[in-house]
Design a protein around this ligand. Sequence first.
Ligand code: 13P
Ligand code: SF4
Length: 387
Amino acid sequence: MTKEEIRNRIEQLKREKGAVILAHYYTTKEVQEIADFLGDSLALSVKARDIEAPIILFAGVNFMAETAKVLSPNKKVLIPVPEAGCSLAESCEAEALARLKAQYPDHKVVSYVNTSVGVKALTDVCCTSTNALKVVESIPREQPIIFAPDRNLGSYIQRVTGRDNMVIWDGACLVHEEFSLEGILRLKTEHPEAKVVVHPECKAELVAVADYVGSTAGILDYCKESDAETFIVVTESGILVEMEKRLPSKRFIPAPTIGSEGGCNECHYMKMVTLENLRDCLRDETPEVVIDEATRAAAERSIKNMIANISGMICDGAKPGCALKVTSGVATAIFSAYLAMQHSFADSTEGIVEDDIDRTIHNLTRIGHDGMQVTDDLILDIMTHKQ
Ligand code: 13P
Ligand code: SF4
């Protein structure tokens, strides 16, 4: 079959089965192009929860498909390559985290979404690189935290918040650890006008030379908002596809890895997803993500705590880092609607329950004013850092 024929077959299967394809920005260009929804880890989690389709075909790595299944247990979640893992998720096994928790029984556990479902089941609140800072800041300062599994993201948050009560797991992303400071400084000399955009999974020395540090969605927004025309991109190279599509007049230079002269860095796990295996997976409806109910329910709580924890990302536009600029009236109303939820998270090791989330979403829908309807779609936009 030619590529065109495979694409047509996938479209036909999607129509017949009512399936939706979700893809991460780090997958290949042809996979991104066939996706119905493309996003960063946070946006994909939220989308997986809200999607109406009976089948979700996940073009990404294993932990992402697992997260989709946790949030949508009644849907069939398909993953074309279950062995597409993640060095962060693999660095942190549930048994080892359980041992660490036993050593620090009064610590709350904040885990990056790049973890197995077993780790999420032991976690109080998950986070992604988009909201990690907000999640940690929402926990009272005197409350000690175990942060797992990314040591780079963990130390970045520790530096920014000045918190000294964080136990940080020693895991790393093999892609982001490989970027070369020397190479980036060389590029900066060649292109002094360029802005350096860095993912927080990178080492501290790279974060230190960044003009902007943030998730894939955050980096995309920054490049759009910035007056700069050239950017040195210090994250996985799949993001360049979306950057060049959204901002064709700007120039994006991939950062080199240690020991290389130039080029870019790829996550080989993400690149395991192809048009061919997407077609086969949808046609045969296998491999399917299966999770036992007790683990799923425990993991769901920590992911829902993350999704609910967005109030700090809304402001009246006065603060730097504000994700959604609304009028101060709307911002105040949204903050008030979230207050009860924030309070219940701060006070309870159990976290918030589903009813709290539903009630808050309902309140948000009710309080929309100033010509702006605060709907589920808007909430999704807030969480995915878009306007
Ligand atoms: P974000 O999608 O949150 O930026 O994370 C990047 C990543 O490494 C996903 O595996
Ligand atoms: Fe994991 Fe890094 Fe690949 Fe993301 S880019 S899936 S964190 S190995």
